[in-house]
Design a protein around this ligand. Sequence first.
Ligand SMILES: Nc1ncnc2c1ncn2[C@@H]1O[C@H](COP(=O)(O)OP(=O)(O)OP(=O)(O)O)[C@@H](O)[C@H]1O
Ligand SMILES: N[C@@H](CCO)C(=O)O
Length: 304
Amino acid sequence: MTVSADAPVRVRVPATSANLGPGFDALGLALALHDEVTARVTEGGLDIQVDGEGGEQVARDETHLVLRAMRAAFAELGETPPGLALQCRNRIPHGRGLGSSAAAIVAGILLARGLVRDGRLRLDDAAVLALASEFEGHPDNVAPCLLGGLTIAWTVDGAARAVRRDLDPAVVPVVLVPPFTASTERARGLLPPTVPHADAAFTAGRAALLVAALTGTPQALFDATADRLHQAYREPAMPEALRLVADLRVLGHPAVVSGAGPTVLVLARGEVEAERVRGAAPIGWAVSAPAVDVAGARILDPPR
Ligand SMILES: Nc1ncnc2c1ncn2[C@@H]1O[C@H](COP(=O)(O)OP(=O)(O)OP(=O)(O)O)[C@@H](O)[C@H]1O
Ligand SMILES: N[C@@H](CCO)C(=O)O
């Protein structure tokens, strides 16, 4: 191992909203709501401390997601640390469609890379994106978590790639987070193996329009957020979310399911619309308008 026991690494990773309606498994947006994780190599054993979201539920053993991602990255780097200590300060809610698992995976990989001498040379940013996406199973949360802003991700020969764009400043993302969870695994299991050609064509057109709408033509956002590939199929796993999306869209707001739900995202066109959306939130749902995270995942310590 090429690191010393007294050199902790601290990383900050943002929440993300994937799909954005028609961009299933491709589009994603980074939001200014962050987890922070600190890792240290020790003489032996495993010590995992968790404060905040998931603190009551997540395992403190080898199955912990941040640790599993660290192990995968250490394996890529050909390193085996004698022991590890992790401190997790979680602020991203779990199982809500705000990219908590992608954030945990990105944190783990960046921590492992940061703990190894010349880690950045041995595992470059493209390799981190590919490894994290492989781990998560799709790249649409991982890409904005790493790069910040709006990202369009795709996969070539099994390796994820992404481009980043800045969001038009008139767009105000509003998230409505319910008090219950939905698992991504279940939501993906509800998707059919094939869809009608007309639905695929409709959604491809809207996804292309959505990139234009989010980067300069926000007046097109309502039409641009229509999807026929995934949201309706997932209704049995999150009926309340689908009902809220429908109600908000009847009022003219560009509402979609965030990631695999059940959070609802509205890409409001300015503060006035954002305020109206706040007023339409069902009782018990937490509404906020987090800024867009433009920087993506950052190593905070050691400063670099
Ligand atoms: N910080 C974390 N530490 C440990 N495990 C985590 C962490 N974040 C997420 N997980 C694991 O991932 C699960 C949530 O993943 P899931 O993919 O279902 O939802 P999500 O990532 O929050 O939402 P989405 O993928 O739709 O944006 C949690 O139940 C937990 O097992
Ligand atoms: N594209 C993914 C995002 C959630 O991880 C899905 O909708 O299943």
